[in-house]
Design a protein around this ligand. Sequence first.
Ligand SMILES: C[S@@+](CC[C@H](N)C(=O)[O-])C[C@H]1O[C@@H](n2cnc3c(N)ncnc32)[C@H](O)[C@@H]1O
Length: 475
Amino acid sequence: MLHFREKSLYDFSIFRIIGNDLPPRDVVGNRYKILKFILEHEETFAGTHKGWIVNCIHDLEYREKICDLLRQHGSYYVIIPFNRNAYQKSDRRGKILHAIPINRARNMAIEFGRNIARYTAVLDGDCYFDASTWNNITDFIKSERPSRQYYTVPHTRSTMEHVLHSNEPMGPLGEPMPIIRNDAPLRFDENIIFGQGDKVRFLHMLGHSIEPQKTHTLLRENTTKVIGYVHHLATGDEQTETDLQHRINLRKQSIDHLLQNLDDPEKFKKMTLRHRSVSTNECYKNIQGWFDFQGVYSHLAFSMADNARFVEIGSWLGASICYMAEQIVARKKNVHLYAVDTWEGSDEEDHRKIILEINKRGETLYGNFVENMKSCNVAHLIRPVRMPSVKASDFFPDGSVDVVFIDASHQYKDVLNDIKHWIPKVKKGGIIGGHDYAITHPVSQRGVIRAVNEFFAANSLELRIGGRVWLHYKK
Ligand SMILES: C[S@@+](CC[C@H](N)C(=O)[O-])C[C@H]1O[C@@H](n2cnc3c(N)ncnc32)[C@H](O)[C@@H]1O
């Protein structure tokens, strides 16, 4: 059960989702052109935060080009990486879901928006608001009593030229974009594949018609209200934009084309993460914990240079830091590893239970950690820092750490404090990240996700989300 938070950082947030160019449906390069146009021409709206979801862009060079542009404009953006392993293991349907997870991105946008604003508009990446229309929409929402959980804004296909000179819709109204209050429970169905009514089925739950060309009309009036319009800029050529059946056919071809590319090992090379895992004796597996981010640690171990400093906040019995130490040894690197923990556990039932059992044996959590590190033969590589994380940060000069990984308290205030105190410690080009960014988990939503989203949105910094891990690459 979600509660309406009247007091939020912003009244409104606008999240746009930017994905791959999908030829032949899209003219290659048009998405980038449109992104640039929006960043350069759409006005700043008072009380409205804008964010971008960079959704599963497979070509890493292209993704970097997009992120560069977003950075140049001081935009807040979140990268959803492509999950290559999951893609490769899937059948065709699963492959499409992994290659273009459009509804997952929309749901993420709702989650991000919910944490920072009263209402979130979830838009396709090529949507553009002129100031007077957006102000009319937000004035209307603010004045409605009682306010609703959902509003819907139909799109009109417009050219860039048109939106520069007119506040009117250019063409007829079509499929709407939702604006969602922060307590609204409905979500997009992540099992619907791209192009198979991914958005329409959500709109249908709000009372919209599901019939093509009529999706902006309402069959039921009580759930949502249709207001204003949003310009939808063209990503395809003229015939594609005006002919629905043609667009549907091309979309099918685009998906085939994309899967062919992703399945081609040669083309795929430049899209792959540039690290390979190395095998170790996996002693970490004997240690109790909640460690499920081996892939991220393996990537970090690969990325860190000799003499780098790695700080783990929250080590518990040592499973994760032991894994990192094993990776560093296997890669023949010299990395300084710090394990910061009070070794008192967090205020969580699991922790209390396990600590009680350890204490019954006349032992301590810290003592067990040290023993574990010794028996895995990594104790000489790890410096334990036994104190609260914020206090520990004082011992590290600003810009002195290559990677900080936070896996400590899940409480909102603690996570926010951890980020605030540790981000200055990370050097330029370094990484800060953390665990328990579990989008469907209520505890994570209230604590980790809210803190992470608020901090990175308020500071307009890039965020990458993969599995239950968030990462920020400091520029
Ligand atoms: C979830 S456990 C860490 C699990 C470990 N990374 C693993 O994968 O096995 C969280 C740890 O954070 C520590 N912790 C919680 N709040 C802390 C704080 N403010 N400062 C330092 N350590 C803290 C707890 O003592 C606990 O050991």
